[in-house]
Structure formats: structure tokens, C-alpha cells
Design a binder for this molecule. Structure first.
Ligand code: NAG
Length: 419
């Protein structure tokens, strides 16, 4: 029951294969070719405003302009997968409801032998048609997209306020299946560690460093950036990316603390996943946390209620709870402690406002959920709720993940146009 109610996207890329039954799908386009890039090389960052929130919407999205003339698309920023794709009219075999008209692809097809195409397939993949590159992406929530890979112009905004246009490779998805955590968006903005991501493509052209960051505001919205000049590295708390899980932005947490005290949970992997709105812990860790929270609540003026279908643990107060500040005194902060160097540790603080939700019924609910119950097995996911009001940085060059408290309602030191 809970499975289809959960407002979360775990857009983990499970596999990239191509179904030969679909690959004969030829696609036609009336869009004409146009001349090349006019971007300037600048030491800068690329910025996208973000919209949405953890609750009640349950997802964030970025606006990206694609095509010539540029048209806007709302994409789901997903650090759990690499390929960026938009639902397209190629024509569409099966598309889901989208906020904008389906993308009309350029006729610049990526050939099957293109190195970028081989990144999307296993080594023994055989081209059905040498002139086109088919792709299929499947996500952990059961959703999928199937289509062809094209090149088209993306209009991107630099933090200096300048707009650049550059031709990048992206998927034109003409056959989508919605997953359990489906949201009505135009496509996915793949921000994973792989070389097919648009960030990696921009890095290969020396436009930016292969660094991704986001700042999700607890008041909704925020921003996403590519590049490394919106922060001073010395002011960020860093930990190394795990080298044995190259598909995810994961790191090894040394210890899990509750109210500053040890919980006995040590040395476990956590994945930072912007595609997940809530935080998920494996059954064992979740069970320990839940019993600590329950114990803390004993004797406090909070009574357990079962009034939210997505969130299994909620409490009401003597009066309707209007904001987290009404109840945060009853909850303790959580801390994930990560290794950061010889004998030093980096702490990722999760204050009550980063793991609790005030529901529409005026109760306070746990925004950390049992990942085992929705098939995540042993994975621990740090979702959007716990990354709010922090700048979180994924540095693919130095292979490290960083964070710092931040006001995500405004951009640091920039003349950006939209905030
Ligand atoms: C988490 O979910 C699993 C699978 O449904 C279940 O067996 C386990 O008891 C749950 N853990 C807790 C602490 O609720």
C-alpha cells in the first residue's frame, strides 16, 4: 500500500539495454539544422533555478531550455542516473502527461558507433541501425524511458549572467512507463557520475569543471549548478566518494549519532540522491532510529496518530502544529560522521527540520523511512529532506562530496538573472 503512495523518486539507473523489438522505430523530424555554438569559454558556473519542495509536492525540478528556438522543459534533477532525456514527439509511442508540449527532436542523430552511444550499452551490444543510437533506461521505482540519442542546443545561464548555447547529446524518449514515484515532468536531468551526463560533456569541452551542486531551500525552490566557482573549497566539509560504487554518489559513514551520542551503528554506506525526496535507511538502522525517537517522545505532549498515508509515523500535539519550530524541541538532531582524512571526521548534521514534515493535518511526521520496505534492500539514501538549506557538492574530479549550511533562497555572489 505504501509503495504507490510514496512521493519519492529513486531514479537509480538499473540497466541500459536496448530492446531490439523497439529499435526499428524510425523517427522523423521537421526541425531544420542550424549553425553552431556561440558559447564563450568562461571560468564560471552554469546555474538552473529549481522549483518544487519536499512537502507537499514531493519533488524538485529544473527548467532547461532545449532546441532552436529554445523551448523550456521541466526536468527531474537526478544524481542517481546519467542520461538526460526529454519526452519527445518522434512520434511518441507512449508518453506520460507533461507540463510542456513534447520535444520535437533535431535531426542530428547520434550514430551507433559514437563513443557516447557505447557508454549507454554493454560491450557486446550490436547496432541494429548504424545511423542511430537507441537507448533504454530503467529506474528503481519501475519507471523507464526508451528512445534515440540526438544532439541539440541547450541554452545555459552562467553565474555571470551570460547565456551560452552549446550542442549536447541527450535522449529523445518516445516510450515511457511511469514508475511508482511518477511525477508529471518533461524528462530527467541525469547528474550521475557517468561520462554520458551533460556535465561530463561540458567538462570535456572545457566549459566547466565536472562538479555538480545543489541548494534546496526548506521554503521550496533553490538552485542547481555545474562548475566549481560558486563556493570556496576551504569552507566546505568534504568526504571521499566511495570507489567501489561508481554508479552512485556514495560515501562511507563512520558513525551514526543521535543527539550527539553514539547509536552503535558504524561503517555503513550512504548514497546522496537528489532524486529521492525522503531519506531512507535500511531496516536495521531505521529500527534503531525509530526506537530512539519513540523513547525521546515518551512523556512529551505528543500523541501518535495514523493520519498520513505516505508517512507511517506521525504525532499530533495538544494544538495543531503549525511549523517545525513548535515541536523541534521534542526531537534530537542526527549526525552522520564521515571520514575526511587521517583521524579526522566530517559531520553531516541532520537537525529535526531535516527529518520531520508538518503534514497538512497539522501533525508532525518522520520523513526518514524504511528503505527495505520499498525494495531498496541495504541501501541508505540521503534524500532531499535531509539536504535542505545546505549546499551539497558532488566533485567528480576530486571524487569527493561536500556540504555547507547555506541560504538557498539566493545565489552566492552572482548576477544571475532569475533569483
Ligand atoms: C522494514 O521493512 C521490512 C520489509 O517490509 C520489514 O521486514 C521490517 O520489519 C521493517 N523494519 C522496521 C524497523 O519497521
Amino acid at each position: 500500500m505504501m509503495y504507490d503512495q510514496v512521493f519519492v523518486l529513486f531514479l537509480f539507473c538499473l540497466l541500459f539495454t536496448t530492446s531490439s523489438a523497439e529499435s526499428n522505430h524510425k523517427w522523423r523530424s521537421s526541425v531544420t539544422m542550424f549553425n553552431n555554438n556561440d558559447y564563450q569559454e568562461t571560468k564560471s558556473s552554469i546555474i538552473f533555478p529549481l522549483f518544487g519542495d519536499v512537502y507537499p509536492n514531493g519533488f524538485f525540478f529544473a527548467e532547461v531550455s532545449i532546441g532552436q528556438p529554445p523551448k523550456p522543459y521541466f526536468l527531474d534533477p537526478d544524481t542517481g542516473s546519467d542520461l538526460t532525456w526529454v519526452q519527445c514527439d518522434a512520434p511518441c509511442v507512449h508518453c506520460t502527461k507533461a507540463p510542456h508540449p513534447y520535444y520535437r527532436p533535431s535531426n542530428d542523430l547520434v550514430p551507433c558507433k559514437d563513443p557516447l552511444c557505447s557508454l549507454l550499452h554493454s560491450d557486446d551490444y550490436k547496432c541494429d541501425d548504424p545511423d542511430q543510437c537507441d537507448y533504454e533506461v530503467e529506474y528503481a521505482d519501475g519507471g523507464s524511458s526508451l528512445g534515440v540519442v540526438v544532439k541539440d542546443v541547450l541554452s545555459l545561464y552562467l553565474s555571470t549572467g551570460i547565456q551560452i548555447r552549446t550542442r549536447l547529446t541527450l535522449g529523445c524518449g518516445y516510450d515511457q512507463l511511469p514508475g511508482a514515484s511518477y511525477h508529471p515532468l518533461d524528462g530527467v536531468l541525469g547528474l550521475g557520475r557517468g561520462r554520458s551526463s551533460i556535465v561530463s560533456q561540458l567538462h570535456n569541452r572545457a566549459v566547466i569543471q565536472n562538479v555538480i551542486g545543489h541548494c534546496l531551500s526548506a521554503r521550496g525552490g533553490g538552485y542547481l549548478f555545474f562548475g566549481d566557482d560558486l563556493y570556496a573549497a576551504s569552507q566546505i566539509t568534504w568526504t571521499s566518494m566511495s570507489s567501489n560504487d561508481i554508479n552512485h554518489y556514495s560515501a562511507v559513514a563512520v558513525e551514526f549519532l543521535f543527539g550527539g551520542k553514539g547509536t552503535g551503528i558504524k561503517n555503513f554506506h550512504v548514497v546522496f540522491d537528489s532524486g529521492s525526496s525522503y531519506t531512507y535507511l535500511n531496516s536495521q538502522t531505521y529500527g534503531i532510529l525509530l526506537s530512539l525517537v519513540m523513547k525521546e517522545i515518551e512523556g512529551k505532549p505528543l500523541q501518535e496518530v495514523n493520519d498520513d498515508q505516505t508517512l507511517p509515523f506521525c504525532w499530533k500535539g495538544e494544538e495543531p502544529i503549525r511549523g517545525i519550530s513548535d515541536v523541534s524541541k521534542y526531537f534530537k538532531p542526527l549526525t552522520l560522521s564521515f571520514a575526511s582524512g587521517w583521524r579526522t571526521e566530517s559531520q553531516f548534521q541532520i537537525p529535526p527540520e531535516s527529518y520531520l514534515i508538518i503534514s497538512s493535518k497539522g501533525s508532525v511526521c518522520m520523513g526518514i523511512l524504511n528503505g527495505t520496505a520499498i525494495g531498496l534492500q541495504n541501501l541508505n539514501l540521503i534524500g532531499d529532506i535531509s539536504m535542505q538549506d545546505k549546499m551539497v557538492i558532488y566533485d567528480n574530479q576530486k571524487k569527493q562530496i561536500g556540504w555547507v549550511s547555506a541560504n538557498c533562497d539566493r545565489l552566492p555572489n552572482s548576477n544571475a538573472l532569475f533569483l
